[in-house]
Each structure stands twice: as C-alpha cells, then as structure tokens.
Design a protein around this ligand. Sequence first.
Ligand code: C2E
Ligand code: CA
Ligand code: CA
Length: 419
Amino acid sequence: MNDNSQKILIVDDEKSVRDYLASVCRSLGYEVATAHDRPAMHCKLKSHAPSIILLDLQMPDFDGIHALKLVKDECSDATVVLVGGNNPRRLTLATQLGEILDLKMGGTLLKPVMIGAIRQKLAEISAPSTSISYQDLQAGISNCEIRPVYQPKIARQISGRWSITEVECLARWYRDDSLKILPSQFIELAEQYGLLSDLTRSILRQVVRQLRKWDDRNLQVTAAVNISPSLLTNRSFPDELQSLMQEHGLGNERMTLELTESAAMQNADLALEILSDLRNRGFGLAIDDFGTGYSSLEQLYRLPFNELKVDRFLVRELHNSQQAAEIVEAIIALGHRLDLSVCAEGVESLQVLSHLIDAGCDKFQGYFIGRPASADALEQRAREFEQTGLAAGWREAQRDTSRSDRKPGSGSSLPLLIL
Ligand code: C2E
Ligand code: CA
Ligand code: CA
C-alpha cells in the first residue's frame, strides 16, 4: 500500500476504461482524478497536481505527443505511465519522446489492463527504492532472503506428450514473512551496488540444490537462470558453475543461462569467450526478451545461443495485432533457420498458445501455463501435468474464467493459473 499522499490522474477518452482504472487505483489507496480530453487534462494537471499520470496514447484529436508536452509544461514532476493498445512501436516511440522531454517515464501498461499489472506498476513507482541500503541488500543476499521461485516452461516430447521440461528461476526477496519484493525493485539496485554477481551466485546455488532434490524425487527438469553482466567478465565463472553442478551430481545440460543484449555486451570479446566456454561445456544459453530492442539480431549470429526467447510484450499482442503476429512468426522462423529452439514467454491465453503451436514454436511459458511458484507447488504442478498433459491446463482455464483479475470487458476465457 502506498502512503496515501499519492495522487493519480487517469487520462483516457473511454469512460469504461477511466472508471475501471479509477476504481482499481482507489482500491489501492490513491487519490484519483480523471480526464477525457485535452482541456480536462489541462485543468486536472493544475487542480489535482498528480504524482502519477496514467496516459492513454490513443485519444481522438489529442495524441500522446501533445499530451506529453502538456505534462512537461504543467506538471513535469509526475511519473508518466503510458497506457497503450496494440502498437508496441508507438509505446516505444512515446517513451523515447518522454525521455527526450526529460519527463519521469514509469513504463507502460497494455490494454486491456489487468489488475495485477496496475498493482505491480504502482508498487514499482511508489516503492522507496532508495530506502534499500547496500547493507540491507547485502544482508538479504547472504541470509538467503532472496530466493528463486520457479515458472514452468512446457514442450512437446517426441512421443507427442506435453510436459514441463524446464523451469525459469526468478528471484524474490522475502524481507519478512509478509513482504515479497519483486526483481524490478532490487535487481537494478544490486547492479548499482555491485552486488548482482553475489546475488546471481546465491540464486544459482539454491537452484542447483533444488534440482538435486527434484532429481532425487524423480522429477527431472532443466533450470534457466537469468545472469548478470558482471559474471561475463569473470573467466573462472564456467569452471565455478561446472564445479557446482558436479558437486550435486548434475550434468551441465541441466542448466540454461538466460541473458539479454545488455548483459552480453559490456565487454563483447570477453563475453563471447566466456559464453563459448559455457556452451562448449554443455550449458544452455538463451537470448532473452528477443524482439524488444534489448536483444538484437547481431547477438544471434555473434553469440553461441541455443535458445531464443520471444519477448512477452510481443507474444501478448499476438491475437490483437496482425503486425505482432507476423513479427512473432518471423522470429520463430528465424530462430529455426539458425537452429535455435524457440520459447515464447508471456503466454496468457489459450488463443495465444494455439497460435504459437500453429506457428511452430517449441516451448511455452506464461501465466496460462503456470505462474512463478514455490518449489513444492512447481513439483505438484509438474506431477499433475505428467498425468493429464496440456488438457489439464485447458480444463482448469475454462474453470478459472470467473476469477476477479480477468481482463475487464474480455469475453474470452483468460486463465490465471496460480500454482
Ligand atoms: P524475464 O527474464 O523476462 O522473466 C520473465 C518475467 O515475466 C518474470 O517477471 C515473470 O514473472 C513474468 N511473466 C511470466 N509469465 C508472464 C505472463 O504470462 N504475463 C506477464 N505479464 N508476465 C509474465 P519477474 O519475476 O518480475 O522478473 C522480471 C525480470 O527480472 C526478469 O525478466 C529478469 O530479467 C529479472 N530477474 C529475475 N530474477 C533474476 C535473477 O535472479 N537475476 C537477474 N540478473 N535478473 C533476474
Ligand atoms: Ca529470463
Ligand atoms: Ca524474458
């Protein structure tokens, strides 16, 4: 919950969207004002003095560019969150424009906006991230308060059966029993404090221990861990990781490292050397968030990846935007031409999953299949999946359509499978 002093202005020409966003924001304790056009926005910027603005990019006679200029003129201290529809490029351009105007850009929300997404976005913006000191974070890492949760990736086996073959390991900071902090609030800080490589090592150790436990209980999955750029400057990292795997009796192929362009590029030659070493030892390497501008085509041929992960931003848009569908299909084809296995992230609905299966995608990850979950919950999910295959998820999805955090106004079933 925020400190209640936060004021939000919601700018959107559609009344139903304004009302929905306003009620969610109010329920989170914010003071809300709304505006449906330029004069109203102008007036509310002055009278309400918002600290956060949720700004619709598509309004008749009043585009995002003019709205951002208005913010600059009237209220340049507010954090602007762009709310957009089916045009990711437009959102990217508007974000860049906001940055040029020196506005505080707070990221984007995609329509239809889910309650969880609003909550997370507002928590990110309102979080007093500077209140996390170096000592706090260091203690959090060394006391293992930062622990992995596991999100399943599914793939079709040669037998034709679907199974959970991999898990992506995502860091969560449990500062006390009730408070769970998401990576968006501490990964960047860890990087600034020079603690990200300690954090990644700690996660890797916990993940490998968990793989061992699962193996002993006859559950064989590959783990995928997000790695930090600082580990790609240390030539002894492949040796270290291999020793860790050996210590736990696991083959290197059971670990995949996921990295984005920014992670790979700090010192390109050294990174290439270390990544090639890792790949030669049999570790998996995935290029993460492909298609968003963080990962590029150049990386694909320069670095020894064996997996490509299509960014969730594009995947989510698949059934809303013909353009997004074509881009995703082209990425899948490109990945296959380069002999890479292609994983789609952010699969949130049956429609998207079906589309991706038809497009020949190899692996699937996202809320439709399973949310990040504890080791025990993941294990239970994997066992269920072994029994019932993909059909179980589909049935559950149909049952789950009455959940309160569905897309507003969505007539189709939108599952939110919580493990
Ligand atoms: P990522 O590597 O792209 O991880 C996927 C993110 O997408 C996760 O967010 C996951 O919870 C979220 N996600 C998965 N499926 C869906 C879906 O269907 N819909 C939507 N809207 N989101 C979905 P999370 O856990 O908040 O992690 C955010 C980012 O933080 C990760 O993005 C990764 O870049 C970074 N991160 C997480 N753990 C670590 C870590 O241990 N080390 C490093 N260096 N980075 C990490
Ligand atoms: Ca990842
Ligand atoms: Ca990703």
